[in-house]
Write a protein that binds this ligand. Structure first.
Ligand code: NAI
Length: 291
């Protein structure tokens, strides 16, 4: 059966983009966050992003209005009781995600699929917090979701073929290409990308080169759009650090030990573009770190 109602939990950079994709694809969307200011920021950023599609003639004015009308924001998780598919995009912490999956399992209808946008955490372990592990799957979008063409689908140990087929069809309805990964730390893309970003931090930490030279070297030397430090700021240094910790503990490889400079930046609240400062400064002072 086709997805009609979609729930997205977490309205940060990723959740807002995923909600936008679903609303533009014609679904009724509930976007849930515990933080009301995050929901306000998400509504503005979705509206601005949709307007950019209109100004490039990639979406009609009518379609943009309809998409915004299909989007509802709430702090109440219970709103997800009728959703067909829920995509979780909250903080990259296994404990916090497991608690949410257990609540979603209680609230949502028995047929609902529970997907996680996690960058690295085991889908099998998230599924173990529910009574429906065959309906739990990884649906890993890339940043920003409305633009990036890939969805990495991750099968947990018990994910059913039916769940996989439905989620693949959903990703294709969003116009995405799909790759399928088994449930190993970091899946495909972050397993390869994050150690590279971590190594770029080590290069900066040990004085191999200036940050601009590391980024320019990797951009022009490998024909990449962004250098690794620039990309880390774009992803969020907290997200990068969480993924490195999952790779380190899951693979047991000392090469995956997070660079002390990355740890220090996160401790200092230098989380990248979303905070106005990370490896680079984006014209804002960092907010004080909350303890
Ligand atoms: P973010 O920090 O921009 O947003 C997270 C949002 O989740 C915040 O608005 C926060 O208030 C909300 N939240 C936290 N706990 C919650 C809860 N229990 N219930 C409801 N809302 C809650 O984070 P971002 O970058 O959007 O990442 C979200 C997830 O997506 C993470 O698992 C991350 O690893 C993954 N991801 C991130 C990518 C990136 O480039 N930043 C790319 C692909 C995946």
């Amino acid at each position: 059966m086709e997805t009609k109602v979609m729930g997205v939990v977490g309205s940060g950079q990723m959740g807002s983009g995923i909600a936008q994709l679903a609303a533009v694809a014609g679904m009724d969307v509930w976007l849930v966050d515990t933080d009301s200011s995050a929901l306000n920021r998400a509504t503005k950023s979705i509206s601005n992003s949709i307007q950019r599609f209109v100004s490039k003639a990639q979406l009609s004015h009518e379609a943009s209005k309809n998409a915004m009308n299909r989007l509802r924001c709430t702090q109440d998780l219970e709103a997800l009781r009728d959703a067909d598919v829920i995509v979780e995009a909250i903080v990259e912490s296994e404990d916090v995600k497991k608690k949410l999956f257990s609540e979603l399992d209680r609230i949502t209808k028995a047929s609902a699929i529970l997907a996680s946008n996690t960058s690295s955490i085991s889908i099998t372990r998230l599924a173990s917090a529910t009574s429906r592990p065959h309906q739990v799957i990884g649906m890993h979008f890339f940043n920003p979701p409305p633009i990036m063409k890939l969805v990495e689908i991750v099968r947990g140990a018990d994910t059913s073929n039916d769940t996989f087929t439905k989620v693949k069809a959903l990703a294709e309805r969003f116009g995405k290409s799909v790759v399928c990964s088994q449930d190993f730390p970091g899946f495909i893309v972050n397993r390869i990308l994050m150690p590279m970003i971590n190594e770029a931090f080590f290069a900066l930490y040990t004085g191999v080169a200036a940050k601009e030279d590391i980024d320019t070297g990797m951009k022009l030397g490998l024909n990449q759009k962004m250098g690794p430090l620039e990309l880390a700021d774009f992803i969020g240094l907290d997200v990068c650090l969480s993924i490195m910790k999952v790779l380190h503990s899951g693979l047991g490889d000392p090469k995956c030990s997070p660079c002390p400079l990355l740890v220090q930046y996160v401790d200092a609240g230098r989380l990248g573009r979303k905070r106005g400062i990370g490896v680079y400064s984006y014209g804002k002072e960092p907010e004080p770190v909350k303890s």
